[in-house]
Design a protein around this ligand. Structure first.
Ligand code: LLP
Length: 436
């Protein structure tokens, strides 16, 4: 149990009565007040992760900007939190721009991603004054050039480079920097596009380069190798066109610990690996240090989130497998089905009891794959118990669905002085709101 506890936000405790408390708030009490499934974000943990990134970036000899990859989890309250903390936003669609604007984000500290940005995405980015467009391919560059001319203002861009460097992640779906990836320009293509751009008069201003190798890795070595390739490109353009290489985004992708068997993944080695690679690579090539931008998602919000569910029942199958069924699953967290993501859980109202059996945690949806956890040790769970799954903050709600007309869960922010509802649970009316 104690090694499971270390996965929760650091201010999580177990009372002498065996109650799991999140920053002083009893999980069962939150479940009673707001219903389940419930997503509880510990605000202090998000700030702790922001601080860890900032401390690492402060050691970089140039300037830096921390941005949040908002696809990990986005709502207006989180935009406000990030914006108040001075964290910029990586957005990946006109929809994310909309939420970011509604949350009061500073558009100039936003950059827009996407491997097939629609005309709407680009138009909205220009209208909102999004700081940088991360151009993915030559067709996009052509449309953006036309739009920028009509817009009548220069548009600042980065080129997204696909350096053909692999990272080790838990699933092939979360690798993005290899040669056959759908994202970004291969090195040679980037080189020719940039040379053409830099040798002509264009409303497009190339201010920097971007790379993102994948998601949920825990070795900074490949990022350092990828950055070398980007710096080599930059040095060539600097030499030939006197290009003022002023910005370099090294992406995100640092992993988090989901399971007691996972190694610790503090962000420091990632940030230190990136800053050292940029400083060394620039020194070797006589480049002045660009502003360094990072865009982590999971590692800023993953550990902050805890998902609470109510146990409906249990059954023992003839093969010997015991299923404990809960009131959420595939619809609020498709990650186990998509990536075979490995989670753990505790019974929040009986967290002090010995874990006497190994069970599978099943959701209520009509899919055999709706199993949130294949095997976890728990006390013998009973209907009405509250199950808490840690590290629920990233890519769960963001990828949630209404399968089987499931209602998307409520979300609360927990702080020392109270708990605040930031997203209400969906209602049945929400399910037909779009029907005409
Ligand atoms: N930058 C870019 C360009 C990205 O595409 C992503 C994530 C990030 C940054 C942030 O990566 P992070 O720091 O969160 O690892 N749904 C998958 C993860 C997909 C990641 C998509 N891109 C999952 O649940 O594991």
């Amino acid at each position: 149990m104690s090694n499971k506890l270390s996965l929760f936000p650091p201010n999580t405790t177990i009372t002498t009565e065996g109650q799991l408390t999140l920053n002083g708030h009893a999980a069962v009490e939150l479940a009673r007040q707001f219903g389940t499934p419930l997503y509880v974000y510990d605000v202090a943990t998000i700030h702790q992760q922001i601080r860890a990134y900032r401390q690492g970036l402060a050691r970089y000899a140039g300037s830096s900007l921390l941005t949040y990859a908002s696809k990990a989890f986005l709502c207006t309250a989180l935009v406000r939190l990030m914006t108040d903390a001075g964290v910029g936003l990586d957005v990946a669609s006109a929809g994310e721009i909309f939420i970011a604007e509604r949350g009061g984000a500073d558009p100039t500290a936003m950059h827009l991603h996407g491997n097939n940005k629609s005309a709407l995405d680009l138009r909205e980015a220009l209208r909102a004054g999004v700081g940088r467009i991360v151009v993915d391919n030559a067709d996009e560059l052509a449309s953006l050039t036309k739009m920028a001319a009509e817009h009548g203002q220069p548009v600042k861009i980065w080129l997204r480079i696909t350096p053909d460097v692999a990272v080790e992640t838990v699933h092939e779906y979360t690798v993005t920097g290899t040669a056959d990836s759908k994202f970004g320009f291969p090195i040679e293509a980037a080189d020719s596009v940039a040379r053409e751009l830099l040798s002509q008069n264009s409303p497009i201003e190339l201010t920097g380069l971007h790379v993102h190798l994948g998601s949920h890795f825990h070795d900074a070595g490949p990022v350092a190798r990828a950055l070398e390739r980007l710096l080599e490109l930059a040095a060539g353009w600097r030499h030939e066109f006197d290009w003022p290489f002023s910005e370099l985004c090294a992406g995100g992708g640092w992993g988090v610990r989901y399971h007691p068997d996972d190694p610790p993944m503090p962000v420091e080695p990632f940030v230190a690996g990136v800053t050292a690679a940029v400083e060394r690579g620039c020194r070797l090539r006589n480049l002045s240090l660009p502003q360094l931008i990072l865009e982590p998602g999971r590692s800023l919000v993953g550990q902050a989130g805890v998902a609470l569910y109510t146990v409906g029942g249990r059954k023992v199958m003839p093969g010997g497998r015991t299923y404990v069924s809960i009131d959420g699953g595939l619809a609020d967290n498709p990650r186990p089905a998509l990536y075979r993501a490995n989670y753990t859980a505790v019974l929040a109202n009986r967290a002090g009891e010995p874990e006497t059996e190994t069970v599978a945690i099943a959701g209520p949806y009509c899919e055999t794959g709706d199993i949130l956890i294949q095997a976890v040790d728990l006390p013998a769970a009973q209907p009405g118990d509250i199950l808490a799954i840690p590290v629920a903050g990233a890519y769960q709600l963001a990828m949630s669905s209404n399968y089987n007309a499931a209602l998307k869960p409520a979300v609360v922010f927990g702080e020392e002085n109270g708990v605040k509802l930031i997203q209400r649970r969906e209602t049945f009316e929400d399910l037909i709101r779009r029907d005409v």
